[in-house]
Structure formats: C-alpha cells, structure tokens
Ligand binder design. Structure first.
Ligand code: DGI
Ligand code: FE
Ligand code: FE
Ligand code: FE
Length: 187
C-alpha cells in the first residue's frame, strides 16, 4: 500500500488536528527510520495508521477487546489505552495489513513494552517528540532521539510514569515493563 492510499484510508477516521498530528508523526518517524536503518515502507505504514482507532466509539473498542485475542485486562484501565491494540486488529480486518512488525508498532505505541523492536521504538518516540507536541523536558528527548533511541524511549517512559503518578492515575503493566526493560538496557 502506498503513502497516498494509506493516508486516504486514515483521514476519514480522524479529526483535522489528529490527521495533522499523524502527518507530523510520519515525517518524524521517517527521519528516525533513516537514522536507525529501519524499513521506510514499514515505518510509513505504522506511522500513518498508529491512531487509526482513536475515534471509534468506546462501545466498539470494547467489543474488539472482548471478542479477539486482545488481553481483557485492558478493560480495567483507561480507554485511552485501547486504540493502539484495537488499531492493530482493525488494519488487518479492514485493510488486510498483516505485517506483524507494523501491527506491533501500532499495538504498543501508547504504552511500550519489554523488548520493543526497532520500529516499535521509532513509532513510540515519534508520537511523543513530533513538532506539534509540547511536554516538559521535550527538547532533551528530541536531542536524545537523534543520538540514542533507547535512551530517548527510556526518558519517555520515565516521563509518562511520572506524569501519570502525579495525577494519581493507574499505570498499565506494559508501561512499567517498558520502563524496567529500558532502564536495564541504558544503565
Ligand atoms: O494517541 P496520542 O494522543 O497521539 O498518544 P498516545 O497514544 O501515546 O496516548 C497518550 C496518552 O496515554 C497520554 O495521555 C498518557 C496515556 N498513557 C500512557 N500510558 C498509560 C497511559 N494512561 C494510563 N492510564 N496508564 C498508562 O499506563
Ligand atoms: Fe495514540
Ligand atoms: Fe505515545
Ligand atoms: Fe499519536
């Protein structure tokens, strides 16, 4: 599937702002793919579809979790965590995309996980550092992403956990698994 086709499939499912975010994630991810020697074709597809399921009604997201192999514990956590896993299922079901590397990059883009693949790291990092974002400490992460993607991903997982804890929010196990695994790898 080429870029124009993928974009035309995603656009009707997103708001204008989310579509613009998707384009910025795409451009950021392609720069990282070049830098780290990851397939541009796979990175392109994963970036374009990463938020594909973001605006599905909660009832529909819940249905996909209940009726597929997705882990049921997702339902005990914030619904913001559902669109990655469900998106990875929908791109195959609705558009025949079976590429497992593309699918897991979409699946884990919000939480990360233990032993993230290179394309998973790229989408996870690109989603956080794209030029439209404005998190505290973001310039440090942007600079690190050019030098050491593992360290950049570690900073993101640490920042995300710190942010969630400051809001007294529950933290999904994969979010901790990402942080623990990256900490062991970068220190
Ligand atoms: O879809 P995007 O807005 O582009 O970005 P995203 O899919 O990375 O979603 C980010 C949101 O998910 C952000 O508000 C933090 C939240 N999040 C990430 N990990 C966890 C989490 N929320 C909870 N409750 N628990 C987590 O482990
Ligand atoms: Fe997302
Ligand atoms: Fe993210
Ligand atoms: Fe996103």
């Amino acid at each position: 599937m080429n870029r124009a086709e993928a974009l035309s499939l995603v656009k009707p499912h997103l708001t204008e702002k989310r579509y613009e975010h998707t384009i910025r994630v795409l451009n950021t991810a392609l720069t990282l793919a070049e830098r780290y020697g990851v397939s541009k074709k796979q990175t392109e597809l994963a970036a374009i579809f990463h938020d594909y399921a973001k605006y599905r009604p909660l009832k529909e997201l819940k249905h996909w979790i209940e009726t597929t192999y997705l882990p049921k514990d997702l339902l005990q956590f914030h619904h913001e965590l559902w669109h990655g896993p469900v998106g990875s299922i929908l791109i195959e079901f609705e558009h025949g995309i079976k590429d497992e590397e593309v699918k897991t990059a979409i699946y884990y883009h919000t939480t990360g996980r233990k032993d993230m693949t290179p394309i998973e790291l790229i989408i996870y990092v690109a989603d956080y550092i794209e030029p439209g974002r404005n998190f505290p400490g973001l310039d440090d992460v942007r600079n690190m992403a050019e030098r050491d993607i593992l360290k950049a991903a570690w900073m993101i997982s640490r920042n995300t956990i710190n942010f969630l804890m400051s809001k007294n929010q529950p933290i999904y196990p994969d979010t901790f698994h990402a942080y623990n695994d990256l900490t062991k790898k970068v220190y």
